[in-house]
Design a protein around this ligand. Structure first.
Ligand code: PLP
Length: 401
């Protein structure tokens, strides 16, 4: 029996996460399936940012560094993200962007494996990961970037996403980490498409990075996080050794002396206003059971695949069919993917497009309902059948796809 809209309403009524939807500001005229690109704003985010501007910045001026605790933001929020990735307090630092913390992790990994000069970063991965590896290799004589996902005798580090940004395929963190480390290389996980979507356990990894503006809902441009396994805290070197990473930042010494622990991976003055949005989101995450998030994510992606395959024969599934092997997104291939995504958006279903031909739909369990999944497929089926996407105005590419 195919799933009906009434079935979906019943699933929503029984959903243990349903109460979180009210904690987000969602436009009433759209079904938002792009939370894997930019999460929705927590209702408290605007007040939180406003309070930071008015009360902390306006009220305290430079005193805010002490009275509002701005100085500790990278470490305080790191400790709040730690439980979401299977880390402990004192192992995660927040700041900068994912690309920047990837640079830090890769450079530190090469430093920890003298004699090995290869970084493995696969061409199929989100490009910035590999671009940053290439930029770093160009600075280091003898260093090179290799395609693939495996370690080897000359490999210092393997950089890999837990969930693939385009296909939604999920890798086995424990198994891959073990295999890479057995080869003598260090394992760096990119968690951009997994943090906030499923349980993550990075405790065996050497480094992990991730952004906070996708499933975590920290806001556009919210700062990234970097996890450093404590076994590397003493020996790992931060290539961006800014004053924030110094053992005594206010001693203003002429030479760099690294701080203890993960603090040595801080860089510089935190983006205080961006942290305000992230903290509003973390207030929600503190109350969320990730096992429930994962269970709902699997149920929603299963439902979407079932309904879309039944009503849209022209779409071919890219994401693995086995829910154990996927994250919280479903991707379909269609030769006219871009205009299809544009036509969907105009009819109230926001997904996104990834070149060359992938339609991507993300499912954020905290604010999506099963009825949204049902209604989104109804619009998708209508667009596939009536082909409004053939209108040439949909084919012109916008700057951000
Ligand atoms: C979103 C994403 C990034 C983002 O990088 P920025 O530095 O924040 O622009 C990096 N890597 C992956 C795999 C991503 O999905």
């Amino acid at each position: 029996m195919p799933t009906t809209r009434d079935d979906c309403l019943a699933m929503d009524a029984a959903d243990p996460l349903a109460r979180f939807r009210d904690e987000f500001d969602l436009p009433g005229d759209r079904i938002y399936l792009a939370g894997n690109s930019l999460g929705a704003p927590p209702r408290t985010a605007a007040d939180r940012v406003s309070r930071t501007v008015r009360a902390e910045w306006g009220g305290e001026l430079v005193g805010g560094w002490n009275t509002a605790g701005w100085f500790e933001l990278p470490f305080r929020t790191g400790d709040r993200i730690a439980p979401l990735i299977g880390a402990d307090p004192g192992q995660v630092v927040v700041g900068n962007s994912t690309s920047v913390v990837i640079f830090q992790a890769l450079a530190a990994a090469l430093g920890l494996r003298p004699g090995r000069r290869v970084v493995v970063a696969d061409p199929g991965e989100f490009p910035t990961d590999r671009y940053v590896a290439q930029g770093l290799a160009a600075l280091l004589p003898g260093a090179e970037v290799r395609d693939g996902t495996h370690g080897g005798d000359d490999v210092a580090a393997v950089l890999l996403s837990q969930v693939h940004y385009r296909t939604g395929e999920r890798r086995d963190v424990a198994e891959v980490t073990r295999r890479v480390q057995e080869s003598g290389a260090l394992m760096i996980w990119d968690l951009c498409h997994s943090v906030g979507a499923l349980q993550v356990d990075v405790s065996a990894a050497d480094f992990a990075v991730g952004c906070t503006y996708k499933y975590l809902n920290g806001g556009p441009g919210a700062p990234a996080f970097l996890y450093v396994n404590p076994r590397h805290h003493r020996a790992a070197r931060n290539p961006l050794s800014g004053w924030y990473a110094h053992a005594e930042p206010f001693a203003f010494e002429p030479g760099f002396r690294p701080a203890d622990g993960v603090r040595r991976f801080a860089v510089s003055t935190p983006h205080v206003l961006s942290f305000a949005g992230l903290e509003a989101a973390l207030d929600i995450w503190e109350r969320v059971d990730l096992a429930q998030v994962r269970a709902k994510s699997v149920a929603m992606t299963e439902l979407f695949v079932e309904l879309a395959e039944a009503s849209c024969p022209d779409l071919s599934l890219v994401t693995p069919r086995d829910p154990e092997r996927r994250g919280s997104q479903v991707s379909f291939r269609h030769p006219h993917g871009y205009p299809v995504v544009r036509a969907l958006a105009e009819r109230g279903v926001q997904g996104d497009f990834r070149a060359p031909d992938v339609l991507r739909f993300g499912f954020a369990p905290l604010y999506l309902r099963y009825q949204d999944v049902f209604d989104a497929v109804a619009v998708l089926a209508e667009v596939m059948a009536a082909e409004p996407w053939r209108d040439e105005r949909y084919t012109r590419r916008l700057a951000v796809t």
